[in-house]
Design a protein around this ligand. Sequence first.
Ligand SMILES: [Zn+2]
Length: 286
Amino acid sequence: MLGHRVAFFLRADNNLYESINSAFIKFRFFDLLKNMEDNIKDLEEFNPTILVAPASVLKEIGKEKINKGINSLNPKKIISVAEVLTDSDERFIKKAFNKNIIHQVYQCTEGFLAYTCECGNLHINEDIVKIEKEKIDEERFIPIVTDFYRKTQPIIRYRLNDVIVSTNRKCECGSSFMVIDKIEGREDDIFIFKSSVEENTDVQVYADFISRCLVYAPDITNYRVVQTDKEHIIVYIDNTEENVKEKIIEEFKTLAERKKFKNPQIEFKEYETEKGKKVKRVERRF
Ligand SMILES: [Zn+2]
């Protein structure tokens, strides 16, 4: 880590990381509540070797890098934290920074749970935590965490509110620690629709399926889907042209047929986020 410059983009209320500065490593914190253009200017000047930020912010920086042709910003390592890294965002960030791997750190107040190895796979830190799987379907599970080192506030069989997608992939890095495919989102953000075949029955739909309804729509770079009740969703997109909306409506119709739920009413709105707030691409609000 000699001579590394680490740039952290974090929300002001985040206290997971403490600042350490030494001759070998320099940290700089960037406040997400500040103007992003100014932040990016400062970032260019700092010229980080490691860039750490929530996925949505990495994407924003990547977009600026492409649009303004900022060639100087080439961190060796990019680490996504605090938000779900969706497949489409990961592809975008890789392309923008010309990287094969976007690293992830999966950390919460309950512990430092997983990180990406040099081969690009996400390993559970099985030397620090034990994760038991509460299966919710063939590939998904809710992690139940036991932390081996916490003594003052022990974490023993603590059920997290996250949905993890598992994989049988073995990693070539040499680590035998459990590999997971991805963190899909919060359990309470799983969408719930009414069944189209059975009365008074609900159908749960995972975030990945919702995201996939958006990724095939042309020319969208940012989206959020919010479910307000079992029959209504709001789609926030940065391109609200008719053909884009039609494509999304069609994708939801196909998904509803496949998963056998009543197709919801879709309302479209201009993409917006609240400054400094965690961006959830897929969110349930009831
Ligand atoms: Zn590995």
